[in-house]
Design a protein around this ligand. Structure first.
Ligand code: GDP
Ligand code: IMO
Ligand code: MG
Length: 427
């Protein structure tokens, strides 16, 4: 009856999709609990790359069911494209995908409002993915939103038009030029596509499975440093990306949660605006981007790159109750002779080991520990016992500084490019 939660510990793109796909055979259900098509989760299966935005990353495991939970915001257009992409490779998601009636819908006008809001912000823009996430969650908390369950009702079109009217008023205030009617054909086709799936009262669906002793993996999106409450506000997304979000985004009580798998890259990246204390605006940063192919899975934007940030990692381990650490992209650092990790910040001559409230407005200097690197031999390691040298010391350092054991180490994008350090996480 346990729920394990897997989430990103940084600013997103930590490799959640790959690791969920790897772990999925151990679970009966994989469930997305927040976010929407701002997410891009990459899976590499038999040398072929798939990027999922809304659909849980368990979809390629035939023995596993998948749920889009109530905490997710769904864009019917993106959803339909994903379903068609899966069909092309022989995956019929109708058999294993369930959608909560309480998940909210992203309308074309939400996307227009996202673009209008960002344009209005000028230099202080968030760097949103422009998928309509913020406006859709605003309508949810403003109690105006449309939910998946509404599409089953005859008056859906009336409700849609009412909300659209509100959005037109807002767009007028922004003085933003848009062409919403041209986007509506795809939207309503996407709505029909959603209707063809099994729509469920997600909270009952998931609790029934828990009562039947089924194993559930809750798949986070974005990253803990993008959380609406505890991230680098206002440069964050609009949902609760932390473990707590799995409870409200699925309808499960906290006492069902067993393990919390926290994923971090061996370095840091961020897409969009906002503070990033260890960012490298130099050749080292360029090398990380090139070596790690750090370009957004959803928008293609270059990701900002920098060294691992321990104050941020310790902060989110505390917020999430992380029980197992998973480090990805360790192979990328093989090009560096020396590896750096920031262990604290220096602020006006004073040391800070935590995340300052006003991080968005102040300059902090990272204080680095430097350690020896590792080479391409890392990609050949199959057994944790073979881990040696700089890599072994690096893992011991991270464990000691974070207080959490490393359970998995990812050494490449492929499904099986993983070293299992905690045998409980073997497939
Ligand atoms: P997600 O949003 O957390 O699922 O991560 P993304 O899919 O947006 O970005 C992670 C990128 O890194 C993808 O292109 C993955 O294929 C790739 N990746 C994941 N793990 C590894 C790894 O250990 N090494 C390398 N080189 N690439 C990885
Ligand atoms: P996955 O699940 C990386 C970032 C955007 C922007 C900020 C707000 O693939 O890790 P939004 O569209 O939510 O209004 O954008 O959050 N962002 C992500 N960055 N990975 C993601 O998802 C992200 N989802 C949102 O770049 O800075
Ligand atoms: Mg991503």
């Amino acid at each position: 009856m346990p729920v394990d939660v897997l989430l990103g510990l940084q600013w997103g793109d930590e490799g959640k999709g790959k690791v969920v796909d790897y772990l999925a055979p151990n679970y009966d259900l994989v469930a997305r609990f927040q976010g929407g098509p701002n997410a891009g989760h990459t899976l590499n299966i038999d040398g072929k790359k798939f990027v999922l935005h809304t659909i849980p990353s368990g979809i390629f495991n035939s023995g596993c069911q998948n749920l889009i939970g109530n905490g997710v915001v769904i864009d019917p257009v993106t959803f339909q494209k994903e379903i068609e992409g899966l069909k092309e490779v022989g995956v019929d998601a109708h058999k294993t995908l369930f959608i909560s009636r309480k998940a909210h819908l992203i309308l074309p006008s939400h996307r227009a409002l996202d673009a209008a809001s960002e344009a209005h912000k000028g230099n202080s823009k968030i760097g949103s993915t422009l998928k309509g996430i913020g406006p859709a969650y605003m309508d949810k908390t403003g109690r105006n939103g449309l939910r998946v369950g509404d599409i089953e009702n005859k008056n859906f079109k009336d409700k849609y038009n009412q909300l659209l009217e509100k959005h037109y008023q807002l767009l007028k205030q922004y003085n933003y030029v848009h062409d919403i009617p041209s986007m509506e054909k795809d939207f309503f086709a996407g709505v029909e596509c959603i209707k063809s799936f099994l729509l469920v009262d997600g909270e009952y669906f998931i609790n029934d499975l828990l009562n039947k002793n089924k194993n559930i993996l809750a798949e986070g999106a974005q990253g803990s440093m993008l959380d609406i409450d505890f991230g680098t506000y206002p440069f964050v997304t609009s949902s609760t990306t932390l473990t707590a979000g799995a409870c409200t985004g699925l309808g499960i009580s906290p006492n069902h949660i067993r393990n919390v798998f926290g994923i971090t890259k061996a370095y840091c990246t961020r897409v969009g605006s906002g503070p990033f204390p260890t960012e490298l605006n130099n050749e080292e940063g360029e090398l990380m981007r090139k070596q790690g192919n750090e370009f957004g899975s959803t928008t293609g934007r270059p990701r900002r790159c920098g060294w691992m940030d321990m104050p941020a990692l310790r902060y989110v381990i505390m917020l999430n109750g992380v029980t197992h650490l998973i480090i990805t992209k360790a192979d990328v650092l093989k090009v560096f002779d020396e590896i750096k990790v920031c262990d604290s910040y220096n602020r006006d001559g004073k040391t800070s080991e935590g995340i300052p409230y006003d991080l968005c407005n102040i300059e902090v200097q990272p204080v680095y520990d430097t350690m020896e690197g590792w080479d391409e031999g890392i990609e050949k390691i199959k057994d944790a016992k073979e881990i040696a040298g700089g890599l072994k010391k690096y893992i011991a350092y991270v464990e000691q500084k974070s207080g959490v054991k490393v359970a998995l180490l990812s050494t490449g994008p492929g499904r099986d490019q993983l070293i299992v350090l905690d045998k409980n996480l073997s497939r």
